[in-house]
Ligand binder design. Structure first.
Ligand code: BGP
Length: 474
């Protein structure tokens, strides 16, 4: 391992962290907020929904960002963040989702968050919809299966775009839009149980989301031509388990299933392979001429989450007991995994950065990456800290690969580490699956003071940002 003294990242590169409203804010019924689909998935977005919100849902309080945002943003500033990714909770602004007018108290909260970011010169990166659609839209309309959702989403987006267009330049429409294939309720607010969901309805929902995203992209540009709108997808390189050509074809098809979303976002139409998939599977959707026109409003940049790569195989036996992430997949025998079964592959990040750049020639933004791990709080003088060398190693090795991709000529706008402050996990709704540079004293049983502590990685990340990567070990 060595270090060089010259920066590996350009001056314009944005550095920061990423979060989502439902995983940090808490205050789930304060300030006129309506319920979101998160309030009925206390065991995480991959589990079944329950009938009513439950008191033991950790997201009810989250990490209390709703009340502690100023303290948290000050800590981000101390690390030198130049960007902070967060989502606006749709149900804080339109509590049911289908109202005519917004809830002013909800907007006032985001005014305050933006004031605080501006104080430190931290640029906001706002996700409009991060797995937190108003529950009423799921129950009353069956979520994105219903075409009316396009109008509801547009009204919400117009409200925040008009209010914040001079304060927020970078926007993302749907978080990990391609996850709807795997978690129709969590991602698409589709109330029909997954086992009963017809492929026609699923793809109609996907189509509505893609149209809504494109219409909002146009709207943003109309409101302020300086705005930049990105899509957001799960990036996951898929390697063939063996060199057998059947495995290569399997991987090609799996790649197509994942990449169709960003292909439409970037190209403005369904590629030939998607049309073939619809034909072969008798999927008939309602696509109007106006939809086709709307889809031509393509994104300005592509953002993505990257946690792991997976393998795929044409042999159904190899597919049993896949890796423990949203996408499933076949474990890679050459890689180690986190305690939650997410396989660690820093080079996979360089692979997707190159793949995406080669495919779309659009600027890329890594808006999620990190290691979920258990931390132990230990005394440190008159305070406490966490010696999270495992997290530092993970992030270090991934950032080294980002630098490699920059050398490969890939255009990369920035990097926001996921869960820069500990938050409630999306897939398992645990506090103990921690990602942060900042430890939050809260446990899986809901106990804890909510006090914040700087981990070892806090100081490490501050150095990386200050030296623009020169401090990374290679
Ligand atoms: C992504 C989601 C995030 C986030 C992250 C880590 O899929 O966009 O919301 O939580 O994964 O996942 P988890 O929290 O399940 O560890």
């Amino acid at each position: 391992m060595s270090q060089s003294t010259s920066p590996l990242f350009p001056q314009t590169f944005l550095w920061g962290g990423a979060t989502a409203a439902n995983q940090i804010e808490g205050a789930y019924q304060d300030g006129g907020k309506g319920l979101s689909i998160q309030d009925v998935t206390p065991r995480g977005i991959m589990s079944d929904r329950v009938e009513k919100p439950t008191p033991d849902n950790l997201k009810n309080i989250g990490i209390d960002f709703y009340h502690r945002y100023a303290e948290d943003i000050a800590l981000f500033a101390e690390m030198g963040f130049t960007v902070f990714r967060f989502s606006m909770a749709w149900s804080r602004i339109f509590p049911n989702g289908d109202e005519e007018t917004p809830n002013e108290e909800g907007l006032a909260f985001y005014d305050r968050v933006l004031d605080e970011l501006e104080k430190y010169g931290i640029e906001p990166l706002v996700t409009l919809s991060h797995y937190e659609t108003p529950l009423h839209l799921a129950e009353q309309y069956n979520g994105w299966v219903n075409r009316d959702m396009i109008g509801f989403f547009e009204r919400y987006a117009r409200t925040v775009l008009e209010r914040y267009h001079t304060r927020v330049k970078h926007w993302l429409t749907f978080n990990e839009i391609n996850s709807v294939l795997h978690i129709p309720f969590g991602s698409g607010a589709i109330n029909t149980p997954t086992a009963d969901l017809e492929p026609n309805d699923l793809y109609q929902a996907i189509h509505h989301e893609l149209v809504a995203s494109a219409r909002v992209t146009r709207l943003a540009h109309e409101i302020n031509p300086a705005l930049k709108v990105g899509c957001m997808v799960i990036a996951m390189p898929i390697y063939p388990l063996t060199p057998h050509p059947d495995d290569a074809i399997k991987v090609m098809n799996a790649d197509h299933a994942n990449l169709m979303f960003s292909d439409v976002h970037v190209r403005g139409y369904y590629p030939g392979y998607a049309q073939r998939f619809f034909r072969d599977n008798n999927i008939t959707m309602t696509i109007t001429d106006q939809d086709r026109e709307d889809l031509k409003n393509t994104v300005d940049f592509v953002s993505f989450s990257y946690y792991m790569s997976i393998c795929d195989s044409a042999d159904p036996r190899a597919r049993q007991g896949g890796a423990g992430n949203i996408m499933g997949g076949v474990p890679n025998p050459t890689l180690q995994a986190s305690e939650w079964g997410w396989q660690i592959d820093p080079q996979g990040l360089r692979v997707v950065l190159n793949q995406f750049w080669d495919r779309w020639q659009k600027p890329l933004f890594i808006v999620e990456n990190g290691l979920g791990a258990r931390d132990e709080l230990t005394p440190d003088g008159d305070t406490f800290t966490v010696h999270d060398d495992y997290r530092i190693d993970y992030l270090n090795d991934h950032l080294v690969q980002v630098a490699q991709a920059l050398d490969d000529g890939v255009d990369i706008m920035g990097y926001t580490a996921w869960g820069c402050i500990d938050l409630v996990s999306a897939s398992t709704a645990q506090m103990s699956k921690r990602y942060g540079f900042i430890y939050v004293d809260r446990n899986d049983d809901g106990s804890g003071t909510l006090k914040r502590y700087r981990k070892k990685s806090f100081h490490w990340y501050a150095d990386v940002i200050r030296t623009r990567g020169a401090s990374l070990s290679r």
